[in-house]
Design a protein around this ligand. Structure first.
Ligand SMILES: CC1(C)CN=C(N2CCN(c3ncnc4sc(CCF)cc34)CC2)S1
Length: 494
């Protein structure tokens, strides 16, 4: 029975959050196969009516996290019915299933055909990065979708055709599908980035391209139906404009996210946990886990399910600590993010992540240096060797990201803030930098040595009672004399 016959028509017209939540709850709790097009149409209609059809006289509120009054919405059943039927007839009318064999599993050709149907019905030219283009409501009423929306629509289209083996696969900046027995096949179904030829119909490469962050090293979030519902809820966008969110939309998104959280459908979805953390930071729900706990759960999910190959959980967490002036914790989260990067080669497809790291290194950290320089320094960051170690680990991770990549990462724009930042740390802290040289195998000894960096924390220093003995320093000094790390830099030597 298709979604609409199942839906409780008493809920319509949908006029408030509880009605929308009830409809989602029915679909998630009572159906073995929640109807993606129905849910995307409903939540897209609500988002559209509250963010796009706004009276221009609406009070524009400035300032952090201020929400505009969203006013009311009223989603009529016959509108949802008409759109739902339009999507189904578009898909069923464009795909002649007899051309695709009689397997109960989708084929690459079938997936490509559904992607073509969506692709060829999009408006010729529109601003692809605009907000509110992620839902099937947007596709049906405006023939516009963003790159995530195309992927979701393809999965929803395959659901209409009865191919429940086709599922959404998500990296931190791209989406594709898995299909076939045990979801063993993959296919591109949408575009990525600007000015890149789309690779629709092709399997996800296992070659050098798959070493980039864009494909998270073979550790994407592979969704089941419920996680696909989580992705469409997570992609709800409460923005009215650059400075204003519509509170009702954020409230609906937050409630739906908790509904999915309680059913365990965010467990393996770090970015959805991060998004819920952002919503909770702005508007905490009494009795629920704190946003800090949610950011920590996102980190745990990446470590537990994706071999710690996702970067964003640490940047969600670092951003939170930064906003709350917990600068030492922020530096640690960002250093942990950089540790993830080490495994990747930087590619031109990784621009979104590059921008994130640029902001952290060249805006947020200099902001911290200014803040603590002017005395707001709860942890006395500049005297804390562990903070210095986090900073070096962050930069070293970025350097290792660059190593082996065809595209360079760092340039003078990075070096200036770095030098200023290092110079802000106390000379006594910098002097505690200890480089442990560990010889690799004999044959590599001359060319490459693995260097382990540690910064002795004050406590260790005090426990040993004195700095490394002279001969120890001399021993290391000799092997490192071509490396200025070993010298004890005095205050103005850097
Ligand atoms: C720490 C941050 C900079 C804040 N917001 C971030 N994001 C916001 C929400 N994002 C997401 N949230 C849920 N699911 C997905 S699937 C996907 C790849 C394109 F399909 C992106 C994304 C992307 C990342 S990362």
């Amino acid at each position: 029975m298709a979604g609409l016959e199942r839906v409780n028509r008493q809920l319509f017209p949908l006029r408030d959050i509880s009605a929308v939540a009830e409809l989602f709850r029915d679909e998630i709790e009572k159906s073995p196969d929640p109807d993606l097009s129905l849910l995307s149409i409903v939540v897209g209609a609500v988002e559209n009516s509250l963010t796009c059809n706004r009276s221009p006289v609406l009070r524009e509120v400035q300032g952090e996290g201020e929400d505009a009054a969203g006013g009311d919405f009223e989603i009529e059943f016959h509108i949802v019915d008409a759109l739902y039927s339009k999507f189904r007839s578009t898909i069923l009318g464009s795909v002649d299933l007899s051309c695709y064999g009689d397997s109960k599993f989708a084929t690459r050709e079938l997936v490509k055909k559904v992607s073509d149907v969506i692709w060829n019905s999009l408006s010729r030219s529109y601003y692809k990065d605009r907000a509110h283009l992620q839902s099937i409501y947007s596709y049906l009423t405006g023939n516009k979708l963003d790159c995530f929306g195309v992927a979701l629509a393809v999965v929803a289209g395959c659901q209409v055709l009865g191919f429940n083996d086709v599922h959404l696969a998500l990296s931190e900046d791209h989406a594709w599908v898995v299909f076939g027995e045990n979801g063993a096949e993959t296919s591109e179904v949408t575009w990525h980035g600007k000015g890149n030829e789309d690779k629709r119909g092709q399997p996800i490469g296992t070659g050098v391209g798959s070493l980039s962050w864009l494909y998270v090293n073979g550790q994407p979030v592979v969704c089941d139906r419920y996680m696909e519902v989580a992705s469409l809820v997570s992609s709800v966008n409460p923005s009215f404009n650059m400075t204003t969110d519509i509170k009702e939309v954020a409230d609906i998104q937050q409630q739906l996210m908790w509904l999915l959280y309680d059913q365990g459908h965010l467990e393996k979805y770090p970015m959805a946990l991060g998004n819920l953390g952002d919503l909770e930071e702005i508007n905490p729900t009494p009795g629920r886990p704190s946003c800090q706990e949610l950011f920590s759960q996102a980190v745990d999910a990446s470590r537990k399910y994706y071999s710690n190959k996702h970067v964003y959980p640490y940047t969600y967490q670092g951003g939170y600590f930064f906003r709350h002036k917990m600068y030492k914790e922020a530096l640690e989260s960002w250093a942990n993010a950089a540790d993830v990067l080490r495994e990747y080669n930087y590619s031109r497809d990784d621009e979104e992540l590059y921008k994130e790291l640029m902001e952290i290194a060249n805006e947020l950290i200099p902001h911290i240096m200014k803040a603590v320089g002017s005395g707001i320094d709860a942890h006395s960051i500049l005297k804390d060797p562990e903070c210095f170690a986090h900073l070096l680990r962050l930069y070293d991770g970025i350097c290792q990201w660059e190593e082996g990549s065809v595209t360079p990462v760092l340039h003078i724009g990075w070096a200036k803030p770095l030098v200023n930042t290092i110079a802000k740390f106390d000379a006594s802290v910098r002097a505690q930098l200890v480089i442990d040289l560990q010889d690799e195998q004999e044959e590599e000894a001359s060319s490459m040595k693995e260097e382990r960096v540690s910064v002795k924390s004050g406590s260790e220093e005090s426990s040993s009672g004195e700095r490394k003995s002279e001969e120890q320093t001399n021993d290391r000094g000799d092997s490192l004399n071509n490396n200025n790390y070993s010298k004890t830099p005095d205050a103005d030597s850097t």
